[in-house]
Design a binder for this molecule. Sequence first.
Ligand code: NDP
Length: 328
Amino acid sequence: AQVPVNVTVTGAAGQIGYALLFRIASGQLLGPDTPVNLRLLEIPQAVQAAEGTAMELDDCAFPLLRSVDVFDDARQAFDGANVALLVGARPRTKGMERGDLLEANGGIFKPQGEAINAGAADDVRVLVVGNPANSNALIAQAHAPDVPAEQFTAMTRLDHNRALSQLAKKLNVQVSEIKKLTIWGNHSATQYPDIFHAEVNGTTGAAAVNDQAWLENEFIPTVAKRGAAIIEARGASSAASAANAAIDHVYDWVNGTPEGDWTSAAVMSDGSYGVPEGLISSFPVVSRGGQWEIVQGLEIDSFSRERIDVSVKELSEEREAIAKLGLV
Ligand code: NDP
């Protein structure tokens, strides 16, 4: 029998948590043969709600779910964690400056990084979903010096999936016919969805579209502002699609990306594509042997360069702001 994998989820009582936990417990995160122990972290006020979700998880009688534990203490929650999904974050509220937002999140992600450093398994894989995700990931990573920096990632898979879906609609093809799309930069409105290296049934993405006005005025803004459009339509932020993307990210990280394709994830920059070393920025990535690798050697034209630079500059500014606060 397989050894169960410990999966820690923060913000477990939130909307994304509710959409995520049942899929993890059913085997969609790690595959149909891998049992899981779920370790849920919440703030004290939300522990009771998380206990309710734990009851529902019990009531599903998932064969792969070995245990569910609820904590309000990060050290306990991350003890032995193999996978850590950092979903809970301090949302931006009206009138809140970026500095305040980063500071509030520092109060969450610094102790979580320390707890991961202290007690997580050696192979821990960390995915930060809670916004501002890239900088939150950087804060946690900075406080986990004993964990390889490559083990800290932030989610741009939802942006990637949104881009796939928009492009498939435009070209009237199945999403499965599109390969090698890329999200670059920050998980924010400055992100750059790049179709120039995409392949659509053997044709490059830009050539297949051949519509520069659509690319600039519809595709890029639609992908970047999709979150706001969902809030407008649903009256609540996206939750199931964010949870789905988190599942996709970890599944691919553990099981590998398919040959002949890549995906997007925010990983620690090694200086590739002019992105300053040490920023957690989205890149085209493949997963091999359980590790993300940045796809190398892509030619970046001036249109893409300009947009990547804008998003990366924003990441550099966020890093400066959290450095000023002593958080990295
Ligand atoms: P959600 O579950 O909807 O969202 C959680 C986080 O995910 C937010 O930071 C949100 O960012 C982010 N996010 C990233 N991508 C997306 C996306 N595509 N769509 C929507 N959200 C996205 O928030 P809830 O308020 O429902 O739940 C948060 C829970 O976290 C609460 O139960 C709270 O108690 C808990 N929490 C736990 C902490 C802990 O465990 N220590 C710390 C802080 C909070 P954005 O706000 O920008 O939408």
